[in-house]
Design a protein around this ligand. Structure first.
Ligand code: AHR
Length: 500
């Protein structure tokens, strides 16, 4: 029996709802054929898929980061606005982008979802001025040619973009316009200054790493102008192989799930920016996206070798309870670091390895979608103290053959606005149920309890077009004992939120 002791009077942090944010890139079918598909029978007057919008509304998407990702590092935003859209060759992914989805459509999408706009700018082939021109277009009332252009395009009111990131992964050789740390720090400082001159209200982030050298240089030059620092992580790095980690190998990644966050927290503390600069974990997913032959020196010219393979990201059988359980563990990690991580963006929201898969006749909600549904709609905004006197160990073998030991149970307690205590509970074991007893203090004993669960018959279970509800949320009402304890029997590879 695993015991958890809850101390609601000890509030550890307040989570920002933006940790449940989303990311959409002009890659494969995320935009065209994903959220935006005018030819779809589900398309609304603006060309957005209404079934996708409804699903995103249900998980209360708070912010969307767009348009990339690698895509943005050669993106010319000016081709994507106005009456005459000019198709462009997307040099990041080597396909033609019709530019029929641009800044105006992104504004309409975020308006339809009642979520914040988060624009990632081109610091690859682009320079600081097109970045600030973009902000003039979106945020100035009418001053200057870009604001006037927006008005001519039919938008009299500014879009009110709240978040802007300077660049995307410009530290990596795979990125177009990659930079050394010194030139990057200077570019970010000057670009951030310019953006703040256009709209001092805008919150500026910059591409960063859990790497002290990169971040120390960045913060030395640009720290005074930054509000956020962006980091990314895909644990199962299968971009060129699509060799998916097994369930056990995926659980091995949970051994040090907050390693990157702790490193950045340490750098922010060392430079005196803790509390001023917040962490935006603005791309994360267990699985790296599959796009072989996309980067590097010797690229093929045969689309069968670099475009066609991207369809394999659409294989729903790839997204099993490993993805479902891992996603819940990382959301728990974000809650544990809610005082420093104030935004996170699942990569991506739609298609590729996303929460929602679209097809001609509808959508499939993958297991990871239901995790967001649980956390967004059931967990609270205040993280409270939860103590496990002893942890059940779970030995695993990682993908590289390394033996590791992880906790079998991952749990976080929160208090909701309605006063109820919501505890997320993840049984990471591939086999075997787990008995868990939750003890509440005398002055906070639950009268009744509700358990929302995501479970499945096997660790390899997934949702697909022909079986859309194999993995779903079910609800039960566990007994609350007179002494205020609640005892649960958690199925293997399962995710739960207990409301009491
Ligand atoms: O694999 C997709 C890429 O992952 C995104 O475009 C980039 O931001 C990250 O490296």
């Amino acid at each position: 029996m695993q015991t958890l002791v809850i101390n609601p009077d000890r509030v550890l942090s307040h989570r920002n709802p933006m940790i449940y944010g989303q990311f959409l890139e002009h890659f494969h079918r995320q935009i065209y054929g994903g959220v935006y598909d005018p030819s779809s029978p589900f398309a609304n007057a603006l060309g957005f898929r209404s079934d996708v919008l409804d699903a995103l509304r249900r998980i209360k998407v708070p912010v969307i980061r767009w348009p990339g990702g690698c895509f943005v590092s050669s993106y010319d935003w000016k081709l994507g606005v106005g009456k005459q859209r000019v198709p462009a060759f997307d040099k990041a992914w080597r396909v033609e982008d019709p530019n029929t989805f641009g800044t105006d459509e992104f504004y309409e999408l975020c308006k339809a979802l009642n979520c914040e706009m988060y624009i990632c700018t081109n610091a690859g082939t682009g320079s600081m001025e097109p970045m600030s021109d973009w902000l003039e277009y979106t945020n100035l009332e009418r001053e200057g040619r870009f604001a006037r252009q927006r008005i001519e395009n039919g938008y009299a009111q500014p879009f009110g973009v709240k978040y802007v990131s300077i660049g995307n992964e410009n530290y990596g050789s795979w990125e177009l316009g990659a930079k050394e740390k010194g030139e990057w720090a200077r570019l970010v400082a000057e670009s951030a200054k310019l953006l703040k001159r256009v709209d001092p209200r805008v919150e500026v982030s910059a591409a960063a790493l859990p790497d002290p050298e990169w971040n120390m240089e960045l913060l030395k030059h640009a720290g005074p102008y930054l509000d956020w620092i962006s980091i990314h992580e895909y644990w199962d790095a299968i971009h060129t192989t699509n060799a998916l980690a097994s369930y056990e190998q995926a659980m091995a990644y949970t051994e040090k799930l907050d390693d990157s966050i702790r490193r950045v927290e340490g750098i922010l503390a060392a430079t005196g920016y803790s509390g001023k600069i917040r962490i935006a974990f603005d791309e994360w997913n267990l699985r790296g996206w599959y796009h072989p032959n996309a980067h590097g020196a010797n690229l093929p010219n045969n689309p069968e070798l670099y475009i066609a393979p991207r369809d394999r990201n659409d294989e729903n059988s790839s997204y099993t309870m490993a993805d479902t359980v891992f996603t819940a563990c990382f959301l728990n990690t974000l809650l544990r670091h809610a005082d420093s991580v104030k935004m996170a963006n699942y990569a991506p929201a739609v298609n590729t390895r996303g929460l929602i898969y679209t097809h001609r006749d509808g959508i499939v909600l993958r297991g990871t979608y239901h995790v967001f549904d649980l956390f967004v709609n059931q967990m609270g905004d205040r993280v409270i103290d939860l103590w496990a006197p002893e942890q059940q160990a779970m030995p695993v073998v990682a993908k590289d053959g390394r033996e590791a030991v992880v906790d079998a149970l991952d749990a976080v307690a929160t208090r909701r606005q309605d006063g109820r205590i919501a505890v997320s509970l993840v049984n990471k074991r591939a086999e075997g149920t787990m008995q868990v007893s939750l003890a509440y203090p005398p002055n906070d004993r639950p009268g009744a309890a509700v358990l929302h669960s995501i479970a499945a018959d096997t660790a390899l279970a997934y949702n697909d077009v022909d079986a859309p509800e194999r993995v779903r949320i079910s609800t039960t009402e566990p007994v609350v004992r007179e002494d205020g304890t609640v005892t649960l029997c958690l199925q293997p590879h399962s995710v739960h939120v207990l409301l009491a």
